[in-house]
Write a protein that binds this ligand. Sequence first.
Ligand SMILES: Cc1cc2nc3c(=O)[nH]c(=O)nc-3n(C[C@H](O)[C@H](O)[C@H](O)COP(=O)(O)OP(=O)(O)OC[C@H]3O[C@@H](n4cnc5c(N)ncnc54)[C@H](O)[C@@H]3O)c2cc1C
Length: 288
Amino acid sequence: MSFTTPYFTLPKFVYFKPKNIEEALGMLKQHKGRAKVMAGGIMLVNLMKERQIFPEYVIDLKNIDELKKINVTENGIEIGSMVTAIELQNSKLIKEKCPALAKAASFMGDRTLQHTVTIGGNISVGMPSTDGLPALMSMDSVLEVRSSEGKRFLPSSELVLGIGRTSLKEDEIITKIIVPNDEKVMGTYLKFINASEVAIATVAVTVHHEKKKLALSVGAIAPRPYYFDNSSLQWNWEGSVAENIKRASDVVYKAVQPMSDAVASAEYRKEMSKILTARALKEVFGGA
Ligand SMILES: Cc1cc2nc3c(=O)[nH]c(=O)nc-3n(C[C@H](O)[C@H](O)[C@H](O)COP(=O)(O)OP(=O)(O)OC[C@H]3O[C@@H](n4cnc5c(N)ncnc54)[C@H](O)[C@@H]3O)c2cc1C
């Protein structure tokens, strides 16, 4: 998407505004393959204006209150797919328990857009540079995906298959994101941009010191974010933090195979992945 579409008009479509999830899923089933759900609508409307997609039916999820809630349940922290970027940043619970996500949400377009952008829409777009998915992957989150046939749980790392492609079926929607409700979570999200609004590299880190658990995701460098955990990063909890950070950033440098495009070369992205990894880990583990 160019963000500067030459078209001011939308192709014709039928607009629905269901009141609950069941109604929305029924509509998706009835018009399977010819309908698209609309969350914030920012990307969807742009793609329609650019004539890149032509849904005959648009199913607006904005009236479905159930999708707008953040709850703590026995499953963990449940974030409705229609929660906005601003709500994620302002939520005390998200800031405390999902710091990487709260910070990533502050990068999802400008402050005005963030009132409209939803976490479900952000991750469903399948664009490498979107900020939500690396953060969700670093938190080992799971997506609740529903269709009129039932529900399934999808690890967030398995959502995006390639640029603009997800593993969602045409009649499925993401209803919730479920994050483990751990104590004493630390995390951050760093984004590197240079002379363009498109990110060159991003890094999300989530750490549970007591559980000795560390997960890191590198985004924007390839069609899908990369995921690393304690063992792939060769993290030694008894060793020096400085040595661990050096080793982990070397692991990331060697593992990633970034793409080259108009924004940055593969080699530049590789370097930035290493640098951001070291900075993010220093921020979380302190000084080093
Ligand atoms: C100028 C500009 C700058 C931007 N900069 C950034 C940036 O820096 N970082 C960033 O992360 N993003 C950025 N974005 C993208 C913005 O965050 C996207 O619009 C957003 O990611 C889409 O969210 P939405 O809620 O508007 O989704 P929509 O546009 O409504 O939907 C997007 C797609 O996801 C599908 N979808 C939506 N919700 C669901 C669901 N619950 N289940 C299944 N499918 C669903 C829709 O059918 C559609 O195909 C930018 C956008 C603009 C216009």
